[in-house]
Design a protein around this ligand. Structure first.
Ligand code: SF4
Length: 356
C-alpha cells in the first residue's frame, strides 16, 4: 500500500517534482513574468484554436460522432457541434488503482475531408521555446508537451474515441511584427511513450509515499526529498520550469550585491540599532528581576504560600524533582553511524551587524 497520487496531465505531464510540491501546499509567489505569461496563455488559446481550424482544414466534431456514454459530459450547440470546454477525463493507472490521471483537452475536431477525429492542443510560447521547437521538433524541444498529447490520445481512446493523432498548435507570443508566428506539429499516437509515462509514475510511488510521509513531519525535509528527484529538464528558463509556480523551490534565485536596495538596508539596520538599545536596557532589568527572585527563593522554604493583601501580591513556592539529562554526554556516547539516520541538512544564513 502507498499514498494515492492524482496527476493532472495538462500541467504535470512529466514533472514528478511538481506533483509532490502540490501536495505540500507550499506558499508560492508568482513573478510578474509568470503572471503575464499565464494570462497570455489563456488569452491566446481560443484564437490559436480558431486559427488551427482554418489552417488544418478542420470542422467541429458532432455529437453523433462520439460514443453515447460520453454525450452527457460535453456541451452541444443547436447544430449538434461539440464544445469540449467542460469535458474532463479521469483515468486510473492500468496497473495501480492508487494512481489517477486527470486531463482536460483543449479541443477535438474532425478532418473536413475524411471526418477522422483530430486532437488539438494549443500553446502560446516565448521566443526561446519557439526557436527550440522549430529547430529540434516537438519531441526533443518540449518532451512534456509531446507526452501530454500522447496521454490525451491514450485517454480518449480508452473512452472509446478512436483518435490516432493530434496537433500541438503553437503561437510565438514574442513575435515582432503584425502577425504572430504560428506552427503546428503533428503527433501520432505512440503507446510506447504512454507506457513509459505509466511505468514512470508507478516507479515514483515509493518516493511519493516517502515524501508525503515526510511532509507530515516537516515541510523542509519534504522539500529536500523532492529536490532529489531526477527530472529530464534542467533549464529554469525553458518550459515547463519557465512558468512553473515552484521554480523558486527548484532553482532558488541567486541574489547579487547589485540587487540590494541600500536605502532599505539602512532603514532596517537603524531600526534594529534602536530596538537593540531598548532591549539592552530591558535585559538589565530582567537580570535584576532574576537576581531578586533568586534571593527570594533562598529566603523561602520548598513549599510556601502567602497572600499579601496590602500590596496585592501572592507568593507561592512548590518544588519538583525531575531527571536532568546530560544531552551533550548522551550524544557523544552514541555511534555516529547511528546518529546519521536522523540527520537532515539545513542551510543557515548568518547576519552580523556591528555599530561604531
Ligand atoms: S521548476 Fe521544473 S523541475 Fe521544478 S517542479 Fe517545476 S517543472 Fe518541475
Amino acid at each position: 500500500m502507498g499514498a494515492f497520487i492524482r496527476i493532472s496531465v495538462s500541467t504535470t505531464s512529466s514533472c514528478p517534482r511538481k506533483i509532490m510540491y502540490d501536495k505540500l501546499h507550499l506558499p508560492v509567489e508568482l513573478s510578474e513574468y509568470i503572471k503575464r505569461r499565464m494570462f497570455d496563455g489563456n488569452l491566446h488559446e481560443e484564437s490559436i484554436l480558431a486559427e488551427s481550424y482554418e489552417k488544418l482544414n478542420l470542422r467541429k466534431l458532432t455529437v453523433t460522432e462520439i460514443p453515447k456514454s460520453l454525450r452527457e459530459y460535453v456541451n452541444v450547440d443547436a447544430n449538434g457541434n461539440i464544445n469540449f470546454e467542460q469535458f474532463k477525463m479521469v483515468m486510473t493507472h492500468p496497473e495501480d488503482p492508487d494512481i489517477e490521471f486527470v486531463g482536460k483537452i483543449d479541443d477535438l475536431a474532425a478532418k473536413v475531408d475524411t471526418g477522422e477525429p483530430v486532437l488539438l492542443e494549443a500553446k502560446a510560447v516565448g521566443q526561446n521555446t519557439w526557436i527550440k521547437l522549430i529547430t529540434k521538433g516537438v519531441q526533443e524541444a518540449t518532451p512534456y508537451y509531446y507526452e501530454q498529447v500522447q496521454m490525451y490520445l491514450y485517454m480518449l481512446n480508452s473512452l472509446g474515441i478512436p483518435v490516432t493523432y493530434g496537433y500541438l498548435v503553437v503561437r510565438n507570443v514574442d513575435t515582432k511584427g503584425r502577425m504572430y508566428d504560428f506552427r503546428w506539429f503533428r503527433i501520432n499516437a505512440d503507446y510506447n511513450v504512454v507506457k513509459n509515462i505509466l511505468d514512470r509514475f508507478k516507479a515514483l510511488k515509493p518516493a511519493y509515499t516517502k515524501i508525503t510521509g515526510a511532509a507530515m513531519l516537516d515541510t523542509e525535509t519534504a522539500i529536500e526529498e523532492i529536490k532529489q528527484l531526477q527530472v529530464p529538464f534542467a533549464d529554469p528558463d525553458l518550459p515547463p520550469c519557465e512558468l512553473c509556480i515552484y521554480r523558486d523551490y527548484c532553482y532558488p534565485p541567486v541574489q547579487t550585491e547589485e540587487d540590494v536596495d541600500e536605502n532599505q538596508v539602512k532603514f532596517i539596520v537603524e531600526r534594529i540599532k534602536q530596538l537593540e538599545t531598548e532591549v539592552a536596557l530591558t535585559k538589565q532589568k530582567m537580570k535584576e528581576i532574576d537576581e531578586l527572585k533568586k534571593q527570594l527563593k533562598e529566603l523561602l522554604p520548598d513549599k510556601y504560600e502567602k497572600e499579601f493583601e496590602d500590596i496585592g501580591v501572592k507568593v507561592k513556592v512548590t518544588t519538583s524533582v525531575k531527571p536532568n539529562y546530560k544531552w551533550r554526554d548522551i550524544l557523544e556516547s552514541l555511534d555516529s553511524e547511528f546518529l546519521k539516520q536522523f540527520a537532515t541538512t539545513k542551510t543557515t544564513k548568518y547576519l552580523r551587524i556591528s555599530y561604531k
